[in-house]
Design a protein around this ligand. Structure first.
Ligand code: FAD
Length: 450
């Protein structure tokens, strides 16, 4: 039976946890989860800040209200996770320039968005006509110039997860997005999931099949199995491995493979872009920004693209918390990760004084997540180039011998999202179970020949 196969799952983020759960449900008893950090959750991670629980990683359940039900939304509903509806559509009516003036309407934004959409359509048409290279959006025949164009371009491409319509998450699950605002955190979903197959008591995981602080450094694989070596010198052996480390980690040299991964694999891994997305939290003694539902999101238009562009106040989610969140991406994220938090606070305060005047109070606290410099993450999420055929994704997903790959970056329709990670874990495990069954049939027929 399947219980004769042993599997090691590397990584205890949402994809690793969902993979392990499906393995357990299918009778794989010899199961070990190796996680590099001291906690489960990976890029789902909360921290107490300014008296409330804030989400450093995934914050939204994206894709709600459509024809199919988003499994992550279903889990959240079952657990009564507290969420708040987010409506970004007003953001473009709250665009501030450097003198603190609000742009009169979102008309400029709308026409710019149309221009971008048609430029992308043109690229796609070219591709359909056989013009197939890997040019991405930086080569679009439309270059934003004014601060407002730069701001809108940033919102469309960096903030909105760099996707081109139609966005499969919206098509399948709906266009609504809900921000998790629960003291237990988004990660509570994962703690609940593991209760189904790991031994837990009073919210603590007490099951020695989950091993924390185990940094995998080497996978030695052959036709017979996989040997896994961790940084602290431990060795684990199994018939199969499910590897859920992020695309950024796969691009880094954290894990080496013996024999090395084939070229088609490493080439595909290099082709997938890593996005860095940073939410900086700022705590104030009192609020000085406009509140209310249509004011939740606001934009700062600066001549430098992505310079403290996208802002959100947390009064809708946590009234009285006096917290602002500003989102940086890619180059700006990396820049800010290398400087001190005081410097970042100073920059953010200058921007806020441009928008709200010189008399506003200084922030009393700042929280700057560092996803890029975290060697177990190396970025925030995967981003496939606009013009890229499915081959890249299929190669990234394809197993190499007994090593199976999972993670949000292996999700064909939902890469970059929590539900993408969750569903990828299930898909990868199904493929592995099929392989295990094939293996067993082969062994059975060989045994009969004796
Ligand atoms: P991970 O969560 O990264 O899990 C992989 C695990 O592997 C990690 O725990 C890591 O520590 C471990 N690991 C890595 N290397 C090793 C090793 N060598 N040995 C052992 N363990 C290792 N999604 C949404 O749906 N909505 C959002 O609003 C949203 N916002 C986001 C904002 C930010 C700032 C970030 C960073 C992500 C956001 N995402 C969002 C994306 C979402 O968080 C991810 O898609 C999802 O959590 C990825 O899950 P995963 O299991 O694929 O990877």
């Amino acid at each position: 039976s399947s219980s004769l196969s042993s599997v090691i799952v590397i990584g205890a983020g949402v994809s690793g946890i969902s993979a392990a759960k499906v393995l357990a449900e299918n009778g794989i008893e010899d199961l070990v989860i190796l996680e590099a950090s001291d906690r489960i959750g990976g890029r789902i991670c909360k921290e107490m800040f300014g008296g409330v629980s804030v989400e450093l990683g995934a914050g939204w359940i994206v894709g709600v209200g459509g024809k199919e039900s988003n499994p992550v939304w279903e889990l959240a509903a079952q657990l009564g996770l507290r969420t708040c509806f987010s409506d970004y559509s007003n953001a473009r009516y709250n665009i501030y320039d450097r003198s603190g003036k609000i742009f009169p309407s979102g008309i400029a934004a709308d026409s710019y968005k149309k221009a971008v959409d048609s430029a992308i359509q043109k690229l796609r048409d070219q591709e359909a006509n056989g013009f197939d290279d890997n040019s991405n959006r930086t080569e679009l025949p439309l270059t934003p110039k004014t601060p407002i164009e730069l701001a809108i371009d940033f919102i469309l491409h960096d903030f909105e997860m760099a996707e081109v319509e139609p966005i499969s998450t919206f098509v399948d699950f709906g266009e609504r997005e809900f921000l998790v605002a629960d003291e237990r955190g988004y990660e509570y979903l994962l703690y609940k999931m593991v209760e189904d197959f790991l031994f837990t008591s009073e919210g603590k995981i007490l099951d020695n099949r989950l091993k924390l602080n185990k940094v995998v450094r080497e996978l030695q694989h052959s036709r017979n199995g996989v040997t896994v070596r961790t940084e602290d010198g431990c060795v684990y052996e199994a018939n199969y491995v499910i590897l859920s480390a992020s695309i950024g980690v796969l691009q880094s040299d954290l894990i080496s493979f013996r024999p090395p991964l084939p070229r088609w694999k490493t080439k595909a891994i290099e082709k997938c872009d890593v996005m860095v997305y940073t939410k900086i939290f700022l705590k104030f003694p009192y609020k000085f920004w406009p509140c209310g539902p249509e004011k939740e999101f606001f934009i700062y238009a600066h001549e430098r693209r992505g310079y403290y562009t996208f802002w959100q106040h947390m009064e809708n989610t946590y009234p009285g918390s006096n917290i602002l969140v500003v989102t940086l991406t890619n180059g700006e994220s990396k820049r800010v990760e290398t400087q001190s938090n005081e410097e970042t606070l100073k920059e953010a305060m200058c921007v806020l004084r441009d928008m709200f005047g010189p008399d506003i109070p200084n922030a009393t606290g700042i929280l700057v997540p560092r996803w890029w410099n975290n060697r177990f993450q190396r970025g925030s999420y995967s981003n496939y180039p606009i013009i890229s055929n499915n081959q890249v994704l299929n190669d990234i997903k394809a197993p190499v011998g007994r090593i199976f790959f999972t993670g949000e970056h292996t999700s064909e329709r939902f890469n970059g999202y929590v539900h993408g990670g969750y569903l990828a874990g299930i898909d990868t495990t199904k493929a592995l179970l099929e392989e295990i069954r094939k293996d067993e049939r082969k062994n059975d027929s060989q045994n009969q020949n004796f």
